[in-house]
Design a protein around this ligand. Structure first.
Ligand SMILES: [Zn+2]
Length: 867
């Protein structure tokens, strides 16, 4: 699965809440095969079905447990040895269906048949219906525990066995499943499609799509491949069709074996809560990720397309071919796919420097992971929903930890370990311990013990390096915490890659810090000029060196670091600021000093640092001084790279241009940039292919800042009429960018009354919220007033995301949100944990403002007064 949420929401994503009762199925009876027959009309609201499940009675019993959530069960027939056995049914929580047989089932096979009727889901989970341009379509999202809402099944990942689907749909429609079609016939206007039997799969990976679908072939795969779209969208399938084969080739080479399934469909879904889902042979994607128009797609959209497709195809081996035993290892499934997806994207599109780009998001993850509310990567998830709530920080941290350990044991040993693990558990289930064992065997290192600290403990270390005589370094650790915050002490096994300058050349050393402190003797026997304790930038730890060395590194040392190290260095500076080891003015000065970096992605990390500073320090009183500082810092960047795309420029420049363009306009109030944005936005509205697409979203937003009601209405009209998923999301985002408070209120009203899809409901609110404190207060008021409406539209699992409205730097807003959520009617599962996280974010921001606000204000006044 890939998430599809804005960066800030990712940072705020919740961890699992308090454990609920364990409700696993009894396992005296195991399914070995299930046939599913469904009669579905996408233009209707209900469907009928029948499942036949072959059972293996392992231990004599009268009880069979499975799941059937919400269906009307019309008939239940249990037989053993051809003889019917009467059953009584009991329905429990979370779709638990307990069948009690009139007599004991003996060891051996049995057969269970259930006929049912049900309504299609309309919240974009389970088997759900979407209406697009007046036509009905069916799609599915079964993970985590939605298969049981579609049809009776054994809905736990360890039940891994073959399925076969027979689907009846109206004769003119098309349908797909995980496997190719085995046979097809039409009678009385209904088409009956029998799909081939699947290999062993867990229920959460089953996928169905039906309706007037369009198909675009994917060339160059070893199996048949198609991009699948709703009607009228196949002309946007070209980029997705072209990306699949090179990514597949890279993944097959890494895993050393061919793609394990018979066909590959990439399905673009117009209404979808996630980014994508790794259903074998039928991967589903949110349409605006998969369907890009080459004339209007940005570099970062292209990169995201490759990244998401690579992530999902990587799951075909890791997750689908070999599946986790239980939801507590969902983190490994996702962390591995993300890590692998990044690696292959970098191989296929090296010019986009994707792995370097990802390092910036690691800094955000570490910020959130530093707070006491953080939780370990691995939790004892009682069910799939609880595991899914842990998706944010923990899974992204998991990816960083895998990258750090790959560097420690070496990429070849890591790859051998992964492939040994996969081969040993092919078509079956496995757990994280099985992978650690394989990595240990392949590397000869005690991987399990070192990993345990990172996977079973929350947070991360702060490593301090001090100089001892004659080239010895004392290296010590404690838990990294923001200044003034208390939390239990922890230690880690920290695999460090250190770089240092010995006066003549730059050298590297590896060191495993396996206790509170240790000593590293450098072979040269003399003290280094500087030490960069996170060489390669892949270490999941914060670090500090003597203050003079730190300031000298910021001024000169970064020139000899790699771009990855410079991005990690910038992130670490922010962490030292928060920890009270660096002053606010020193931080701003260091940011300004690094803005002339030759690597565009480092410049973007500088802009990320500016955003941190803005959130904490910028009030109305210093807004103009801050604007002057922003112009001084970023105008040289704009001069160097230009405001417009230059022929032959590096792709990485296209990734950073929107950042400095937006910042110069919005926070630097640069008249040249604002004027240009107005022109570009007008051109884009006339002809979306007439401007550099990387500036489209920025320009629409900057144009909206000072825009009036007429512009709002034009954006709204464009949003409603464009057939392009990309343009649709650009206009929706820009509808939340108006500074005029009346238009902000209008945007929020439109969120509920306009023709928005459920997964778009919070987009305008999220964008308005980021504009100012007053706007954020307005969004909170709107959410409180309309919570009942949101509860009807948004699945329960997604409601806690709305807690972002309490964030920022305002204790008053936080208190208001807490008061609202203290009503049990508003407190759905997951909200409490997220409120705790957001509360800590607000407290950190507020205390940083109090501690460093005066120093920052004085620095900005000095800088804005000029030399
Ligand atoms: Zn995934």
């Amino acid at each position: 699965m890939t998430r599809s949420v804005p960066a800030l929401l990712v940072a705020l994503l919740t961890l699992a809440s308090a454990a609920t009762a364990d409700a696993r199925l009894t396992n005296d009876v195991a399914p070995t095969f299930q046939s599913i027959e469904l009669k579905t009309d996408p233009d209707s609201t209900r469907y009928t079905g029948r499942v036949v499940i072959a059972l293996d009675v392992i231990k004599p019993t009268r009880v069979i447990q499975l799941h059937a959530d919400g269906q009307t069960l019309e008939r239940i027939a249990l037989t053993q040895g051809g003889k019917p056995i009467a059953v009584t049914e009991t329905r429990g929580d979370r779709g638990l269906l307990t069948l009690t047989a009139a007599r004991e089932l003996g060891k051996g096979t049995a057969r269970l048949e259930i006929a049912f009727t049900h309504a299609f889901n309309t919240q974009a989970v389970s088997l759900y219906r979407v209406v697009k341009d007046g036509r009905g379509y069916l799609f599915t999202q079964m993970e985590a525990e939605h298969a049981r809402e579609a049809f009776p099944c054994f809905d736990e990942p360890a039940y891994k066995f073959p399925y076969q689907l027979t689907l009846r749909i109206p004769g003119r429609q098309e349908a797909l499943f995980n496997t190719p079609i085995e046979s097809e016939s039409t009678q009385d206007g209904w088409k009956t499609i029998r799909f081939k039997k699947t290999p062993p799969l867990p229920s959460y990976l089953l996928a169905i799509a039906a309706g007037p679908l369009e198909f675009t072939p994917i060339p160059g795969l070893g199996v048949p491949g198609r991009v699948v779209t709703v009607q009228g969208q196949s002309q946007r399938a070209g980029m997705a069709a072209r990306c699949a084969a090179p990514l597949m080739k890279g993944l097959e080479a890494y895993f050393g074996r061919p793609y394990p399934f018979e066909k590959l469909d990439l399905v673009a879904v117009p209404e979808y809560w996630f980014g994508a889902m790794e259903n074998p042979g039928a991967i589903t994607f949110l349409d605006n990720i998969l369907l890009l128009d080459p004339a209007t797609a940005t570099t970062s959209q292209k990169k995201n397309l490759y990244r998401v497709v690579a992530h999902e195809i990587a799951h075909m081996w890791f997750g689908d071919w070999v599946t986790m035993e239980w939801w507590d290892d969902l983190w490994l499934n996702e962390s591995f796919a993300d890590w692998m997806g990044d690696k292959i994207t970098d191989q296929v599109l090296p010019e986009l420097r994707h792995q370097l780009d990802e390092l910036e998001s690691v800094q955000d993850i570490m910020t959130t992971d530093a707070r006491p509310s953080t939780e370990p990567i691995r939790l004892d998830a009682k069910d799939g929903d609880q595991a899914m709530r842990n998706v944010g920080i923990a899974y992204n941290k998991g990816k960083c930890v895998l990258a750090m350990f790959e560097q420690w044991i070496g990429p070849d040993a890591f790859r051998r370990g992964v492939n040994r693990y996969l081969a040993a558990h092919a078509w079956k289930n496995a757990n994280a311990g099985d992978l650690w064992q394989a990595l240990g065997e392949a590397s000869g290192k005690n991987v399990t013990e070192a990993l345990a600290g990172y996977i079973e403990q929350q947070g991360h270390p702060l490593v301090t390096v001090e100089q001892l005589p004659r080239g010895a370094l004392r290296i010590s650790q404690k838990r990294y915490l923001v200044e003034g915050v208390e939390a239990p002490a922890l230690t880690w096994h920290v695999p460090m890659a250190i770089r240092y300058f010995d006066g003549d050349s730059i050298r590297s050393a590896k060191f495993l810090l396996d206790g509170p402190s240790g000593t590293l003797q450098l072979p040269e026997g003399r003290n280094p000029v500087w030490v960069m304790p996170n060489g390669s930038g892949l270490g999941y730890y914060r670090w500090n060196v003597p203050h003079e060395m730190l300031l000298a590194l910021a001024k000169r040392g970064t020139k000899s670091m790699t771009p990855a190290e410079r991005i990690a260095f910038l992130g670490n500076l922010g962490a030292l600021l928060a920890a009270g080891s660096l002053h606010g003015d020193e931080y701003l000065e260091a940011l300004a000093g690094m803005a002339d970096d030759p690597e565009p992605l480092v410049v973007r990390a500088v802009v990320a640092g500016l955003e941190n500073a803005r959130q904490a320090f910028v009030s109305d009183a210093i807004r103009d001084a801050f604007a002057a500082y922003v112009r001084q810092t970023l105008r040289p960047v704009a001069t160097r790279y230009g405001l417009e795309k230059k022929a032959g420029e590096s792709e990485a420049v296209s990734l950073v241009r929107p950042a400095y363009f937006t910042w110069l306009g919005q926070h630097g109030k640069d008249p040249a940039v604002l004027g240009m944005a107005d022109q570009l936005a007008e051109s884009y509205m006339r002809d979306s292919s007439s401007i550099d697409p990387t500036l489209a979203t920025s320009s629409l937003r900057l144009h909206a800042l000072r825009g009036d009601r007429a512009l709002f209405d034009r954006y709204r009209h464009q949003f409603e009429s464009t057939p392009s998923p990309t343009a649709r999301s650009r206009y929706l985002t820009a509808l939340g960018a108006f500074e005029d408070s009346t238009l902000q209120a209008e945007g929020l009203r439109y969120s509920m009354e306009g023709p928005l899809r459920a997964n778009e409901l919070m987009t305008i609110a999220f964008n308005v919220w980021g504009l100012s404190d007053a706007a954020a207060d307005r969004v909170l008021g709107w959410m409180i007033a309309n919570y009942g409406f949101l509860q009807t539209k948004v699945p329960r699992a997604f409601l806690p995301r709305n807690v972002f409205v309490a964030g920022g730097c305002s204790k008053e807003r936080l208190a208001r949100a807490r008061a609202f959520y203290s009503d049990p009617a508003h407190l759905v599962s997951g909200v409490e944990k997220r409120l705790e996280q957001v509360g800590e974010q607000v407290r950190d921001c507020d205390s940083l403002r109090r501690r460093e606000g005066a120093a920052v204000g004085a620095y900005l006044q000095r800088v804005s007064a000029g030399p």
